[in-house]
Design a protein around this ligand. Sequence first.
Ligand code: 5RP
Length: 262
Amino acid sequence: MPSDLSPIDKAKFISAKRAAQYVESGMKVGLGTGSTAAWLVKCLGEMVREEGLRIKGVPTSTRTAELARDVGIEVISLDEARWLDLTIDGADEFDGELNLIKGGGGALLQEKIVATASDQMIVIADAGKKVDTLGAFPLPIEVIPFGWQTTQALVEETLVSMDVLGRSSALRMNGETPFLTDEGNHILDLHLKRIGNARQLALVLNQMPGVVENGLFIDICDRVIIGFGDGRVEIHDIGEGRVDAEHLDLAESDNLFSDLSD
Ligand code: 5RP
């Protein structure tokens, strides 16, 4: 096994590789965004090129679209696909009910639309993403640029009556300028520390003018695949209510590692 990949990268790769086994020829697949999802796209590209896997991919960001095309995956739009068999994506946090915080990469809007339009959503992650209660990771919300400071003030005021520990928020920046999503919007990162009632918060945030979408994914994810640096995999299945443990042979992945690492 190459030594240049960090344990976290190996864990991400392992979870992506295991998740790729759920993808079958003929499927329309939502392709997530982020470093873990990038491993997935690379694994699927390998399967397309080497094993003749035939899939159509719906990317959740321009950067995932670019990568998918680069590795040989046929890319179509969500409107061309209409409905997807499966979406596989990363997450910033997930809890015991497989509710998620997403949007660390700024793609939460397209990610939520694509995951919601899928028969199944699988999250791939390293073990560091598992939490008892959501909220240590700042919750991203996508807001339209018009009047964003007014929206921010309204959000912070609304948080007073929510079951959260912190209420400060920050406009996400890209160097000196505000970060722009693929839809041309801004991201506010809400530093809530602990979200007592994620379901309620998600509903309240989406009712506010100026807020396009929030990064809480409630009842959307069906399965989380946690990878570990030593090849262990845990599969958490919400429908079956159980956790399966497996081990992937990393020695067999030597070629993949060297082919796929950037
Ligand atoms: C992008 C996301 C990502 O899935 C999330 O940030 C996890 O990223 P990574 O796999 O790089 O840790 O929600 O908007």
